[in-house]
Write a protein that binds this ligand. Structure first.
Ligand SMILES: [Zn+2]
Length: 497
């Protein structure tokens, strides 16, 4: 069969508690590709697009690249930016007609100004230009706060099965395969969507640890024995305060009854395990003390509250202050602070550095602290991912400086960068294996970079907009009830019989 497949997407995980908004510059700084350059940039990489491109080519179909835009997780998307991106995407889809199918990359926790469910809106706009019977398959991040609109406007949604996320290319290939199957027939799979009244911290959503390990095994069992064609578990992103907040189960099968039964079974299982999602958090000073005294190193201090991948500024100073105060040795911390980079740049390599670092974006992650040290390195901050996250993709931290302050190396970046690949440190001449303490501004995804070398890891309870201590967050838009924030009788709120 011949066929032509449109490919594109808009990807953003929105932290609505951020004091900053997300405009076009944030997409331009991270990932924005159109037309054939989209194919050049993503083919062969460990991304959804990489998998989709390979999958479509394997089917013998031709590709019509449109637009892909992604910003590092951050605050609410400015409405004109989202409108401009969607208009551009749709214009390119229109230009690419006739198409036989469409593949889209979404996140599923995108919020724009005045749009609680930006992903659902994107799909609805796209659906308007696609003929009603043209198959549309979209991928999403399992941190999605899935909505009925998303499910209704796509013929299939396929979520990552791993957290830390290492299966994007595989899911992209799966999406291409599912689309190809739909292109060959006019029938579409039945879907069953169950929204749970449950909120969990990303830190507790690791798919190779309990309780997610058991839940994912059930899902994969239902896929393997043919009960369902495909299913996804999205435990949600607790920092996108919206009515769609929270965990969900989505299944597809040839028969409605099979999809329903599987979704009910999975939703019930997750609900029964709800108490196992409570995070174990340590106070900063105690964690730093234990890390300094550790016999086996490196020790990773995961600062989830300032998780760059969760939309935080990445310039929190609480841990840096504790490390300096406790006179830690061989410790490394990355802080996004373009002003401090500029000062280091002005001073030059080998020169003393004395200036304020971090805490500048807001007052929610500690105050700026005055640091005295030496500039030991200045770079352009580029590295190519060699680990399991977005393998092969090149990331830019912008102009980057390394400051040595007593026993602490402070990597100052101009751009906020997720610590999901060891290249963030190796590219500035720091061997992670030889550090005693690595501070990762991440809940869990740091494991893709340092999981193999970390002898111990502690999640610390610092203040911040991506805290694992969900009771700290000032929710206004969320639905109720949600466990564990609300404590009441949930029997009316459960989505399974
Ligand atoms: Zn995610």
């Amino acid at each position: 069969m011949r066929g032509r497949v449109g490919i594109g997407g808009i990807w953003h995980e929105t932290n609505t508690f951020s004091t900053e908004t997300t405009g076009m510059a944030a997409f331009e700084a991270y990932q924005l590709a159109t037309g054939t350059s989209l194919l050049d940039r993503y083919a062969g990489t460990g991304t959804e697009l990489g998998g989709m491109i390979e999958g479509v080519r394997d089917q013998g179909f031709s590709l019509a690249p449109t637009l892909f835009a992604a910003a590092v997780p951050s605050g609410i998307i400015e409405r004109p930016t989202l409108t401009q991106l969607v208009d551009d995407l749709i214009a390119r889809v229109d230009d690419a007609m006739p198409l036989d199918g469409m593949l889209l990359v979404l996140h599923g926790a995108a919020v724009a100004d005045g749009l609680d469910d930006a992903d659902g809106w994107i799909l609805a706009q796209l659906r308007k230009v696609l003929s009603q019977n043209m198959p549309l398959v979209a991928s999403f991040d399992c941190h999605a706060n899935l909505s009925h609109a998303m499910v209704d406007h796509a013929d299939m949604l396929i979520g990552y099965d791993t957290y830390p996320h290492v299966d994007m290319a595989e899911r992209g290939r799966e999406a291409a395969g599912a689309l190809a199957a739909m292109m060959r027939t006019s029938s579409r799979p039945a879907s069953a969507f169950r929204k749970l009244p449950l909120l969990t911290a990303p830190q507790m959503q690791a798919t190779d640890q309990e309780p997610m390990k058991t839940i994912m095994a059930s899902l994969h069992g239902l896929e393997a024995d043919g009960t369902i064609l495909n299913g996804s578990i999205a435990m949600g992103f607790p920092y996108a305060d919206s009515p769609t907040l929270g965990g969900s189960v989505l299944t597809y099968a040839d028969e409605q009854q099979a999809a329903d039964r599987a979704a009910d079974q999975l939703a019930r299982q997750i609900w029964e395990l709800r108490d196992q999602f409570q995070p174990d958090l340590m106070l900063v000073d105690a964690a730093v003390k234990q890390a300094i005294e550790a016999d086996e190193t490196p020790v990773v201090l995961a600062e989830a509250a300032d998780n760059v991948g969760g939309g935080s500024a990445g310039d929190g100073t609480v841990v840096l202050k504790a490390l300096l105060f406790a006179e830690a040795r061989d410790a490394v911390i990355v802080i996004a602070d373009p002003d401090a980079v500029a000062e280091a740049d002005k001073a030059g390599v080998g020169a003393p550095f004395a200036g304020l670092i971090g805490g500048k974006v807001d007052r929610l992650h500690g105050d700026p602290i005055h640091v005295i040290g030496q500039v030991v390195l200045l770079t352009d901050g580029r590295y190519r991912h060699t680990g399991s996250y977005m393998t092969g993709y090149e990331t830019s931290m912008g102009r980057t400086a390394v400051i040595q302050a007593d026993g602490v190396k402070i990597v100052l970046t101009s751009l906020r960068t997720m610590p999901f690949d060891a290249g963030q440190l190796t590219s500035v001449g720091i061997d992670p294996a030889h550090q005693r303490i690595i501070v990762a501004k991440s809940a869990l995804a740091w494991q893709a970079a340092y999981g193999a070398i970390a002898k111990r890891a502690m999640t610390i309870d610092t203040p911040g907009i991506a805290t694992s201590n969900l009771a700290r967050l000032p929710y206004r838009r969320r639905r109720k009830p949600l466990y564990p924030l609300d404590r009441q009788d949930f029997s009316e709120a459960l989505p399974f019989p």
